[in-house]
Design a protein around this ligand. Structure first.
Ligand SMILES: [Zn+2]
Length: 228
């Protein structure tokens, strides 16, 4: 059985079995997972979508599942995917193992984005240890990707560069203008070769070192102007 994320490794944040949550103990019928490289959720087996829904009426306990998908596997077992942000398949739809069915989210009874993944026998009631079925330890930890779908280093770099591309706006939000003007006047931030300050872009570690170095020199000089 493949991992329920499109590629990359997974972090198990809450194992199957007895546990305490928010002060009350109970049986955790599935495992809580986070995709390490993607939040796109895939079906772990081939089968048919038995439900793609969200219950908002809180008198119905299944509201806790949030946006959820249930797959009736060809193997006879039933697979549950809870707390999704988005559902991308409809009821009665045929899905193949590895097909994207949704996006991880934080809907229903959930405290932070994760996927609650649960497996039951064909009676839809008897639970199975989902960690064991996936071939990972039933304990908190990060587990390596299986198969060939893992991202290569170059894919990760390309994904980062695409992210930076989308976020390199050179305009400041109004609330930040005074601070960025100050930082620019002090020489803490200098533009790149094209004169772009990339105010909306994330900062790399080497850029952070440069900023900290300039700040340190500014304090040392007791002046408002940093020197390289
Ligand atoms: Zn859970």
């Amino acid at each position: 059985m493949i991992y329920p994320f499109e590629y990359g490794g997974i972090r198990l944040t809450s194992p199957y079995g007895e546990r305490a949550l928010e002060g009350t103990s109970g049986f955790h019928g599935g495992i809580d997972l986070v995709g390490l490289e993607t939040d796109r959720v895939v079906s772990t087996v081939s089968g048919t979508v038995a439900a793609s829904a969200c219950v908002t009426d809180k008198s119905d306990a299944t509201w806790m599942w949030g946006e959820h998908i249930i797959i009736a596997g060809d193997d006879g077992r039933v697979y549950f995917y809870f707390h999704l942000d988005k559902r991308l398949v409809a009821r009665y739809e045929r899905v193949e193992a590895g097909q994207v069915i949704g996006v991880m989210g934080n809907t229903g009874f959930s405290f932070g984005a994760h996927l609650h993944f649960e497996i039951r026998e064909s009676d839809a009631a008897t639970r199975i240890n989902a960690a064991e079925a996936l071939g990972i330890p039933n304990m908190e930890g990060c587990y390596e990707p299986k198969g060939e779908k893992s991202m290569k280093d170059q894919d990760i770099i390309d994904a980062y560069l695409r992210y930076v591309d989308r976020n390199t706006g050179d305009t400041c939000d109004a609330w930040a203008r005074d601070y960025t003007d100050w930082a620019r006047a002090c020489g803490l931030f200098k533009s790149d070769g094209d004169g772009n300050f990339r105010w909306q872009a994330p900062i790399s570690r080497q850029e952070l070192c440069a900023v900290l170095y300039r700040f340190y020199r500014m304090m040392e000089n007791g002046s408002t102007a940093a020197r390289d």
